[in-house]
Design a protein around this ligand. Sequence first.
Ligand SMILES: Cc1ncc(COP(=O)(O)O)c(C=O)c1O
Length: 406
Amino acid sequence: MPLEKMQQVLSDRLQEMKEDGTLKGDELVITGVKESEDGNAPRYYLQDEDGAFLKMNSNSYLGLHLNDEVIEAEEEASKVYGSGPGAVRFIHGTYEPHVELEKKLADFHDKEACMIYSSAYATMTGIIQPLTSKKTLILSDELNHNCIINGIRMAKPKGKGIYDHLDNDDLDKQLSKAAREYDRVIVITDGVFSMRGDYPDLEELVSTVKKYDSEFKDGVFTIMDDSHGIGAYGETGRGTSEIAGENGIDLIVATMGKALGVNGGYVVTKSKVVEYLRETSPFYIYSNPITAPEAEAAIKSLEIIDSSQGRDMLSHLRKMTNYFEEGLKDIGHEVIEGPHPVVPLMVRDTKKTRDLVGFLKENKVLATAIVYPVVPHGDESIRFQLCANHSTDDLDYVLETIDKFE
Ligand SMILES: Cc1ncc(COP(=O)(O)O)c(C=O)c1O
């Protein structure tokens, strides 16, 4: 029987994953959204669950996925262009909103050019390979996102190195050891690391890289994935570059599926790099772009972020983040503090973490348990993600619920 033996192999593997705690299991199915009431955040309905839930685990940091203007922009564009792109970009899938969005994203980041992809994952895996030569070394932060890890695997560089998390001295050491062995070095880091809300010292990183540029025939350049940072922090939503006061990263990658509340990914960099990637990047050439309506929605999100309304949202988000951090500390909890709206509550025990997340869910609050093997034993935490549509009443309710947990 076809697949009979394979099914047994796969079910054994799934059983192993269940036993070692890595199985993600059944997904929660959202069946509807209850609009905001009295200035509080919207609530979500879930399949097979009574009542409505408060989300403390959404990547839509500004709540723009439910913004009327963004939704209207997508709806209106679908009436003009239809629902799908119908072809990849170079065949006949390039629409005016794609081109306009690229221009707006490049301007937003103060970079020469932009190229959009179907997702940030496709962007990262799609750019590393064409930029890697047979004599390239890639250096990567040890906690980088999975899209970077797989992007490096696919690129098959001559050398790969992992430097200690956020450790520019270690990066410096690895660069000095590599001098003259390679033609080109690519240094890749996440912007904000979404499990902990921490981020690299970009000023130091950029100056370390510059120090070694002349030692390699094609130089040393940097790529940063700021998918959780763009639109989520920084006074004007420009993410880690803004927080760190350094916009010298050579290629910035981000998603439009988090703070922008839409879908898709992009890279911003020099025009020549984009011109080359359009000709060589497989995930761009052979895979559909986001739809024209999605592009219109993203343009609207970007306009909102880059306006006084967006700055007010970001300011409220910062206030809510501080309020929640202080509230957790006041009731005796350990938190990793920072400017990013990810607030990790350090529980440092797998069972207690899962039990508290279960207790929150019983009380209609959704949050994410981060446990081994995602983090080492002893670092178990609950990841709370704040949103610009949260109110102090919402957060007081979450804090009171946590405080009731025995
Ligand atoms: C750092 C980082 N990069 C990339 C992605 C993937 O984004 P997308 O859903 O647009 O592929 C994520 C999403 O979890 C992320 O956290």
